[in-house]
Design a protein around this ligand. Structure first.
Ligand code: SF4
Length: 190
């Protein structure tokens, strides 16, 4: 579970907090997009084109609206019961510089960070020096990876669209250089 007791006073990182991200939307309080109570930030832009995708309006890389990371964090800090932030989409890895900065500052503010992507962990790891992917990976606690497969969506797996997607403990996976599944994957549906 997220550590809700970590400090909420942000170390100031002016270079990062003024970066902007292009979002399809923000849900300020969600109970179903990861453990605990979470803010969900939906990235605009996705290249995966999974059949049966529920959010096709998030696919164009143009569109959406630009938000300063500082403004997202300020909105989060106003809600004292938030445990974490979920970066969804779209695919946050298409904007990994900005979403990586958001993940870093969220972690430094004491929030648990969960990130969804259509890429596989192994591919992100192989290309971690490119496109800011290494930073977004490094500041993510839990990664849900892989494309949505409509043939594997029932029974609905918790925190995933289809059960081919993996819920990954990123810190241990980076340490061991292989996928380590998060205990969240074994947690049962409410
Ligand atoms: S990765 Fe997600 S947003 Fe992108 S096409 Fe697949 S299901 Fe849709």
């Amino acid at each position: 579970m997220p550590d809700g007791n970590r400090p909420r006073e942000a170390p100031r990182s002016p270079g990062l907090e003024y970066l902007q991200i292009n979002v399809a939307g923000v849900v300020e309080e969600s109970f179903s997009d990861g453990p605990g109570i979470r803010c969900v930030v939906f990235a605009q832009g996705c290249r995966h084109r999974c059949p049966g995708c529920h959010n096709p309006e998030t696919h164009p890389l143009a569109g959406g609206r630009w938000l300063k990371i500082r403004d997202v964090l300020d909105r989060m800090r106003k809600n004292p019961i938030l445990d974490g932030v979920t970066l969804s989409g779209g695919d946050p890895f298409e904007q990994a510089e900005g979403f990586g900065a958001l993940a870093e500052l969220a972690k430094k503010n004491g929030y648990h960070v969960m990130t969804y992507t259509g890429y596989l962990f192994e591919f992100l790891l192989e290309h971690r020096e490119e496109r800011g992917w290494g930073r977004l990976l490094a500041w993510t606690d839990v990664l849900v990876d892989g494309r949505f497969d409509p043939a594997r969506r029932f029974p609905p797996p918790r925190f995933r669209g289809s059960d081919n997607q993996r819920i990954i403990d990123v810190e241990r996976s980076l340490e061991l250089r292989r996928v380590v599944r998060s205990e969240l994957e074994r947690s049962r549906q409410n």
